[in-house]
Design a protein around this ligand. Structure first.
Ligand SMILES: Nc1ncnc2c1ncn2[C@@H]1O[C@H](COP(=O)(O)OP(=O)(O)OP(=O)(O)O)[C@@H](O)[C@H]1O
Ligand SMILES: C=C(C)CCOP(=O)(O)O
Length: 409
């Protein structure tokens, strides 16, 4: 076993091999041992460690390690997964996707889903996860619109080869659109102050609204054969301080990915250590997950082709095809080059939007790009969104319609 790595006076990290060949990490902090399921040494900062800690207790280094003979063999005949708490992703995360509220809902119609766009997202995501056009296993086995439950031919599921061919190595985060923002802005949940009965009621109402959208999205993906599992940040114990993430345990996300599920998170109402409560935007969640999981690329789908030099409702608006982020966090438009760096981008935000709209999205995207991860922003339900989901934007960049935000390195 290697000597412990000292990263702060009270914190030590030690990497060890478990009996079944998986790596485990033990962190000793102030004399307590912390079980840590996955750890990338390039993420050697305390915030990352604290935000992804699985549990704090006095444990034996080998506790939880799978015994050589498994008393519960997997009925599918596939090798049983390594135990929770000892795992790391075998292949890097492929993509984190933001399904913008403007893309999957009808923005100006309260609590209305844009069914055409949602079904296009489901199809395209499936295609990105599985290049062969194999029919997926329907997984929404509950009643819909008063109809009978559609089980399909479940007797055939055990024989299906679909599961093995599915590269479900994605995380999806969706925004609220015409769900949640209305309830939040009416009550002021985003500004905090839970002592007020109005804010408390608004918090509950916002969560009812966004979690009902989350369920609708999970069901649509499941019907299309994507093993989607809803993970509302509030319910996972995430919290903020002055609207930025203060604590966000990602171990459940990691374990779900390893188990072959696609985690579906969303912008949510959460408890805030300074304001009592606030709205945590899906765009901030994406940035945080990108810092933790370093995916190959991040794709934002929305209702416009990308970032324009002014609101796209202006007929003279020009699509900014490439934005480069410098080491100091500042960004410049490099394509088209008609724009001078000092000429700002004009952005409008809907009055009921509690999280900052396109402007906040660009700021979060710039932080992600600075990590060396390409960010694509494009319009849902187009050939361009399919290419962005597949990570094929650079193949013929001139005929791809969207905005690439990347680091200058
Ligand atoms: N300069 C601009 N470039 C691009 N879009 C802009 C600009 N100014 C304003 N917008 C508006 O920003 C909207 C997209 O931002 P918005 O935050 O609503 O997207 P979203 O991520 O899909 O939604 P949500 O935040 O609800 O998840 C578009 O509908 C567009 O009209
Ligand atoms: C509860 C709400 C309003 C979540 C907002 O998330 P966003 O639409 O991603 O900014």
């Amino acid at each position: 076993m290697k000597a412990p790595l000292q990263i702060a006076p009270s914190i030590q990290i030690r990497r060890s091999e478990t009996r079944d060949g998986h790596s485990a990490h033990l962190i000793k902090m102030d004399g307590q041992r912390i079980r840590f399921p996955y750890f990338d040494p390039s993420h050697l900062d305390i915030q990352c460690i604290l935000s992804t800690v699985l549990s704090v207790d006095s444990i034996d280094p080998m506790e939880g390690v799978q015994p050589k003979s498994d008393p519960n063999p997997n009925p599918l005949g596939t090798p049983p997964p390594a135990p929770v708490g000892t795992r790391s992703l075998q292949t890097p995360l492929r993509c984190i996707i933001k399904l913008g509220g403007a893309a999957i809902t009808n923005k100006y119609e309260l609590e209305s889903i844009n069914e055409a766009n949602l079904s296009s997202v489901c199809e395209q995501l499936r295609e990105a996860m599985m290049p062969q056009s194999e029919k997926g296993i329907g997984m929404d086995w509950s009643r819909r619109d008063g109809n009978e439950i559609e089980l399909g031919d479940i007797s055939k599921i055990g024989e299906s080869s679909v599961r093995n061919g599915l590269n479900s190595n994605f995380i999806v985060v969706h925004g609220a659109g015409s769900f949640g923002h209305f309830q939040a802005s009416k009550s002021g949940v985003h500004k905090g102050g839970l002592h007020s009965p109005l804010v408390q009621a608004g918090f509950v109402a916002t969560r009812i609204s966004v979690t009902s959208l989350n369920l609708a999205i999970v069901r649509a993906l499941a019907r299309g054969g994507i093993p989607a599992v809803g993970m509302p940040p509030f319910a996972c114990g995430w919290s903020t301080r002055q609207r930025d993430i203060a604590s966000a345990d990602a171990s459940q996300i990691m374990d779900s990915l390893l188990a072959g599920f696609v985690p579906i998170l969303h912008g949510d109402a959460v408890l805030d250590h300074a304001l009592d409560c606030t709205i945590l935007s899906g765009d901030v969640i994406i940035r945080h997950l990108a810092e933790l999981f370093t995916p190959k690329y991040v794709t934002f789908l929305t209702d416009v082709h990308g970032v324009y030099d002014r609101p796209p409702s202006d007929p003279d608006a020009v699509l900014l095809k490439e934005i480069v982020v410098k080491e100091d966090g500042s960004w410049t438009v490099v394509k088209p080059d008609l724009l001078q760096a000092e000429k700002g981008v004009e952005i409008t935000v809907a009055a009921h939007d509690t999280t900052g709209g396109m402007e906040a999205k660009i700021s979060e995207a710039a932080i992600i790009a600075k990590l060396g991860i390409d960010v694509y922003i494009t319009k849902v339900g187009t050939e361009h969104s399919l290419r962005a989901l597949k990570g094929q934007v650079h193949e013929n960049p001139d005929d791809w319609l969207g905005t690439i935000i990347r680091s200058d390195k």
